[in-house]
Design a protein around this ligand. Sequence first.
Ligand code: URA
Length: 253
Amino acid sequence: MADVHRVLSLIDEIHHTLKWMKANGCRGFEARHSCLADSVAHMDDAPNTPPTSCALTSNILDDTPAMHIDPQDSLDSIQSDIVNCQRCKLAKTRTNIVFGEGTPSARLMFIGEAPGFDEDKQGKPFVGRAGQLLTKIIQAMGLTREQVFIGNVIKCRPPGNRNPEPDEILACAPFLNRQIAVIQPEFICALGTFAAQTLLHTTVPISKLRGQFHDCNGIQLMPTFHPSYLLRSPEKKRDVWEDIKLLMNAMGL
Ligand code: URA
């Protein structure tokens, strides 16, 4: 996982530096080390400083036509790009792609790890036992599943619910990036270690991340324990409720 985080951060940095150069008038440079250094040096008097932070909504495959983020992008067009996706080996073992569901104008997105057995069969996110618990959490907030957006970092079930592998994360990340860019939620609730660490590009454990908001490119992100973990460790429900209350408070619910 640490390697994937490093690659994602690096790609983010490159993406932002290139965007900054473009915004400040650069229209191209030769891809040689010395030439790139020269181009950046000539931009010393550029009005804006280059952004340095991780940007979740940057698209790591921005140069490939199918992955291009544009203001016209929509959940429908993302869904049509993902139909019959063969970008990683999970295509061979999945039953259904689990795109995610909810309203495109959601203020809050719940993001989990990857579909499990029931989700793979039905093509819908969080519909198994963990999903029923998530539905209860959403209802306890005074919301319905239809008022939020529920998705996953990985859209296809890893066989036997094993952890997603680095190539699968890299292949699938652009779809989540685009979903977030289109929905522009004010809040994200990252469910479990994998989602929280992937979205925040960190290896800090979920027990340390939870309980406070983290900035994710302008979106307030609250990490909390995964509902599947709560099924195994019900004593952690109290912690999750504390996290959810912080979310509700911030959302004015
Ligand atoms: N666990 C997840 O992370 N996502 C689902 O959709 C179901 C279970």
